[in-house]
Design a protein around this ligand. Structure first.
Ligand code: CO
Length: 479
């Protein structure tokens, strides 16, 4: 058991703030403009009940807007139907990752026939099609006004893009967007789709008997890569068990990790491979060199991380151990339907999470640098920002750390006119347990030395993902 000075990061925030100017220590780069837009689970109690899991909390949007060396902060609850119904009824009315609403037997039967999927976009803020949306793991992105953060309702996909489950990590290659839905039925499918100018088209359908729990997927220059980890569910159990979503999945390590490589243009399956079992939330990047697709991801030995991220143990100070080892899986191309047996190569002895790199210029291509959060020895939670250089093996690691401080995802913002993939800054929302408040940390992306910090008047609960948008009103693509 740890001394839990970071429990505040798992405590609800109810205060909404509108365009509050933040005091800055240091100096923001003069070129920094636009907004860092993030989402996070931020309210954990509804009526008499508390959500079970960190992933369940009601979403709040957080915006840091930069102009002429100044920064202002706004936050606002995402007005999903989950949030609005909780407000109106004073109780949890929709299922989340590990929490179900209270239901009578009749209500339980009804929910099988008329499911009310979650649209609580607490995982990521990103571009889908040509719009900025808040996402969770269902195909129900919520649009919002990037200036006022007021919610604008659901982004509706084309009817052909049918499924109950999706990812909060779509890809974008500067031309098109890519994502998938999982259609759970008697003959279930993973359905990849491409988004061209706000219109979605089905690209490939991969039949599957027992779909895996997936959080993200890979994209190289020419391919989409589905990595199925052996945490699988029988669709009937999901429909009929009456138990919360993730508790229906079962771990089958004997099935291994199965990679399927799909052509981005034709939708054709170009390669398959099988590796020993692992579990993963986050792909980092993928690229094609020497007749193979190299897929980098953060691998856990098993899905134990899911239970470690329940709210009660986290609040009690049990170690989250929410860091995983960076592995590279190299899938040979040109072998048709033949399944290649492969193993991953661990690139670095230090484990990390919430990986970021120069996505705008390096997505799908060979890359050199990535950043993430780490958990130092003796800490129960993420307390460092890491930088890995992949040009040498094992990758050397640099880090930022400060006593009592717990950083979130380090978002890379390239310096305009720069060409190197680490020429820029990192933006990270940090909880300072010494003051009981959070701050926005600005680091030099090469040296990890502090450039500036901006103090927020209250704490910001720990969240997952967001992005910096140079021009949030006209987001053509991610940086
Ligand atoms: Co994620």
């Amino acid at each position: 058991m740890q001394v839990n000075e970071y429990a505040l990061g798992f405590t609800s925030l109810n205060e909404e703030v509108d365009a509050q100017s933040l005091p800055i220590t240091g100096e923001l780069p003069a070129w920094l403009s636009g907004s860092l837009l993030r989402t996070a689970p931020t309210r954990y109690e509804v009526g008499e009940r508390t959500y079970t899991h960190w992933f369940d909390g009601l979403a709040m949007l957080h915006a840091f807007s930069f102009e002429a060396g100044a920064v202002s902060y706004s936050n606002r609850f995402l007005h999903s139907r989950n949030f609005c119904e909780a407000e109106a009824k004073g109780r949890i009315s929709r299922s989340e990752f590990m929490t179900d609403p209270c239901r009578t037997l009749f209500g339980r039967v009804m929910s099988v026939f008329f499911p009310k999927p979650t649209e609580n976009g607490n995982v990521n803020v990103t571009v889908l099609g040509d719009q900025i949306v808040a996402l969770t793991e269902t195909p129900m992105p919520i649009r919002f006004d990037t200036r006022t953060l007021s919610s604008l309702g659901r982004l509706k996909y084309d009817r052909a893009v049918k499924g109950q489950i999706s990812t909060a990590h779509p890809h974008h290659d500067g031309i098109s967007g890519y994502s998938y839905v999982i259609h759970m039925k008697r003959r279930s499918v993973y359905r990849f789709f491409v988004d061209e100018g706000g219109h979605q088209r089905v690209l490939a359908e991969l039949p599957v008997k027992e779909p895996s729990y997936l959080h993200s997927f890979g994209m190289s220059e020419n391919y989409l890569i589905l990595a199925e980890f052996p945490l699988r569910v029988h669709p009937l159990r999901l429909a009929l068990s009456g138990k919360p979503f993730i508790t229906n999945y079962r771990w089958h390590p004997e099935l291994g990790t199965v990679f399927t490589v799909v052509n981005k243009k034709t939708g054709k399956v170009e390669a398959r491979a099988k590796a020993p079992a692992c579990f993963c939330f986050h792909h980092v990047n993928a690229f094609e060199v020497d007749g193979a697709v190299h897929v980098d991801l953060l691998a856990y030995p098993d899905p134990g991380i899911i239970d470690r991220l329940k709210l009660d143990p986290l609040r009690a100070g049990n170690s989250g151990d929410a860091v995983a080892a960076l592995h590279r899986f190299s899938i040979p191309l040109g072998r048709g339907e033949q399944v290649s047996e492969i193993t991953g190569q661990q690139l670095c002895p230090t484990s990390l999470e919430l990986p970021r790199f120069d996505y705008g210029r390096r997505a799908g291509k060979p890359y050199r640098v990535l950043w993430g959060v780490g958990q130092g020895e003796g800490s129960g939670w993420w307390d460092t920002i890491l930088r890995l250089d992949l040009t040498t093996f094992p990758a050397p690691v640099q880090q930022w750390q400060e006593a009592g401080c717990y950083p979130g995802e380090p978002v890379f913002v390239p310096r305009p006119g720069g060409t190197a993939e680490d020429d820029g800054i990192l933006l990270s929302v940090v909880l300072n347990s010494n003051t009981g408040t959070s701050f926005l940390l600005v680091l030099d992306a090469v040296s990890l030395s502090e450039v500036a910090r901006a103090a927020v008047p209250h704490h910001i609960p720990f969240g997952f993902h967001g992005n910096h948008f140079s021009n949030p009103t006209n987001p053509s693509q991610l940086q």
